[in-house]
Design a protein around this ligand. Sequence first.
Ligand SMILES: Cc1cc2nc3c(=O)[nH]c(=O)nc-3n(C[C@H](O)[C@H](O)[C@H](O)COP(=O)(O)OP(=O)(O)OC[C@H]3O[C@@H](n4cnc5c(N)ncnc54)[C@H](O)[C@@H]3O)c2cc1C
Ligand SMILES: NC(=O)c1ccc[n+]([C@@H]2O[C@H](COP(=O)([O-])OP(=O)(O)OC[C@H]3O[C@@H](n4cnc5c(N)ncnc54)[C@H](OP(=O)(O)O)[C@@H]3O)[C@@H](O)[C@H]2O)c1
Ligand SMILES: *[C@@H]1O[C@H](CO)[C@@H](O)[C@H](O)[C@H]1NC(C)=O
Ligand SMILES: *[C@@H]1O[C@H](CO)[C@@H](O)[C@H](O)[C@H]1NC(C)=O
Ligand SMILES: *[C@@H]1O[C@H](CO)[C@@H](O)[C@H](O)[C@H]1NC(C)=O
Ligand SMILES: *[C@@H]1O[C@H](CO)[C@@H](O)[C@H](O)[C@H]1NC(C)=O
Length: 512
Amino acid sequence: MAFPKSFLAFLAFGISVFAQNEFQTVLDTRPEHLGETFHHPIRRVAVVGAGPAGLQAAANLIEHNFAVRLFERAPHPGGNWLYSEETPIREPYPDMPVGQNPDLDIPYQLPIKRYYNDGDDDLTLNHRWTEHWRPRPVWYNLFTNSPKVSTELPDVTYHPGTPWVLSHQAIQRHVRSYASHHCINSNDYCPATPSAPRVASYSTRVEKVEKDAEVLTLRRLERLQYSNQILEEWWTETFDAVVLATGPYTSAHVPEIDGIVDWSKAKEGEHYSIYHSQSYRHPERYARKTVLIVGASVSASEIARDISPFVHRIIASVRPPTKPIGTRLRSLSRFPNTTELVPEIASFEPLKTHTDGIREGKIHLINGSTLQGIDEIILATGYQSTAFNRTLFFAYIFALKRINSPARPHANTSWMGHYIPDPTLAYSSSRAWTMGRYQYYGLAKLWEGTARLPPPEEIEEPDTRPEVWLGEGTPHWLHRETQLFRRYITWLNDASLEYGGRFVQPPPIEYV
Ligand SMILES: Cc1cc2nc3c(=O)[nH]c(=O)nc-3n(C[C@H](O)[C@H](O)[C@H](O)COP(=O)(O)OP(=O)(O)OC[C@H]3O[C@@H](n4cnc5c(N)ncnc54)[C@H](O)[C@@H]3O)c2cc1C
Ligand SMILES: NC(=O)c1ccc[n+]([C@@H]2O[C@H](COP(=O)([O-])OP(=O)(O)OC[C@H]3O[C@@H](n4cnc5c(N)ncnc54)[C@H](OP(=O)(O)O)[C@@H]3O)[C@@H](O)[C@H]2O)c1
Ligand SMILES: *[C@@H]1O[C@H](CO)[C@@H](O)[C@H](O)[C@H]1NC(C)=O
Ligand SMILES: *[C@@H]1O[C@H](CO)[C@@H](O)[C@H](O)[C@H]1NC(C)=O
Ligand SMILES: *[C@@H]1O[C@H](CO)[C@@H](O)[C@H](O)[C@H]1NC(C)=O
Ligand SMILES: *[C@@H]1O[C@H](CO)[C@@H](O)[C@H](O)[C@H]1NC(C)=O
């Protein structure tokens, strides 16, 4: 039987490895693992990220008796769905490509503890704290743009009366219920023995992953209420295998528009006049303002809807779509009917002062017109991800593209050219909610030895031509994904038949 490469990608593939302010990875190659057993038994496994993907990875691995440690930079589980009034630290102007951050200053000798006071190194404690956990780009009135079946986790399924579209509060409760059900919430502690370490370590950012003896460099922050300090602890832990479930959105994308760096310095009182949608929280603040939103996708249209009852005027700068993607058309139709659509911005004319907002400033559009009198600009211009290819949004197969990302050091040694997955380093998939249960079950089987990867010569080159996915009429990708899942399920069940383990049903069509 020939296996499509994509199906292996489903087992082990990457969304975000080398992330701005996130961790560095150093990979190696172990082709001899393919279709073989591992050098040493896999016992200790690290999971990075406590979103819907990482929580399911941890839960499945615990169920298969691995010694699991889950590391999450935020203080609680939820991933993208951990709402906070806190906003992320300001995005850099100009845009900083992910992976090009200056190297992190990892202390020479670990472990180490340090205490920080407000103002140390010219940083406030709040800055240090939010830089560490990165508050999520979720606003107070955000609802899902997907049906509830596609954000449902196993074991804690939604009540039958749950509406089709959910508030972020409902999703957050759902994810936290799942975490608690598996005893990995931030305040859970259910050790097998009194001396066993806790599975989950929150407020803990993985700064570096070194492959071979999988060594994780870890940094945990704690706010000390009484002394008004931050305690920072650095240490390392060693594992046999690692799951990276760090999410699809790594950092905010700031468009390259002439003059944007000058305008980014403009403030009115404490508030910057131009900022990315990741910091948007409440609509009331926009009362009687004239707001320019840049972008034509989901953040743009949904923020426009949220603020429209309050504002004086909404203007949206929309560039012509490069491709007829359904979500784009849907977003355009969801802008409130009072939105004035204008073309792309050509340039921002330099401001006379940065302390008096941008109302006097001139914005030149590509059609020759000029805008003036804008109070605030929201850049709903999307996110950067180290290896996430927007064109290739719809299928797992695209992992094959992602692994060629320059964000992966040593990519050619293990992943490019011929596809040789490193079986002790696994990545979350873009369908964390619905497919995670299959993906991490497969991973647990592989690592416990009740499933085997097929040898490379049996892995068939998949057809990754874009027209296969984005062709007119029938969405071919849907057929292809369905087929791939069925093949994956067949592989899982074949493995259980041969080496032991439970059988699984193919996923329902709504999951795809
Ligand atoms: C504004 C917005 C709205 C969205 N709306 C929807 C929607 O309606 N429906 C839908 O299906 N999807 C939506 N999404 C997509 C969302 O990403 C997924 O629903 C889901 O959260 C992905 O799960 P995940 O576990 O892969 O990643 P995440 O939920 O992003 O979780 C990743 C976790 O990894 C942690 N992490 C990252 N790096 C490190 C590190 N170095 N060390 C320790 N921890 C780390 C992060 O802190 C985070 O908690 C939306 C996304 C955004 C930005
Ligand atoms: N549940 C919800 O309600 C909700 C809300 C927000 C986000 N989300 C999810 O979060 C993810 C990110 O969505 P997003 O809307 O933040 O980002 P996005 O989908 O990446 O959209 C970014 C938008 O910015 C535009 N853009 C970039 N540079 C521009 C420029 N110089 N001038 C004009 N436009 C420019 C892009 O145009 P092009 O299309 O031409 O590239 C695109 O329309 C999506 O998965 C979305 O579904 C969900
Ligand atoms: C615009 O939308 C509002 C409310 O959504 C509605 O009352 C109004 O009739 C609409 N106007 C036009 C011109 O469609
Ligand atoms: C540019 O576009 C805006 C918005 O569509 C329009 O009002 C304006 O007349 C256009 N200007 C020119 C010079 O065509
Ligand atoms: C994304 O994939 C498409 C289709 O394979 C490719 O043309 C494009 O260059 C890729 N983009 C990036 C940023 O890798
Ligand atoms: C990538 O491959 C080239 C050519 O085979 C080799 O010279 C180079 O060392 C490899 N890169 C790494 C990081 O191993």
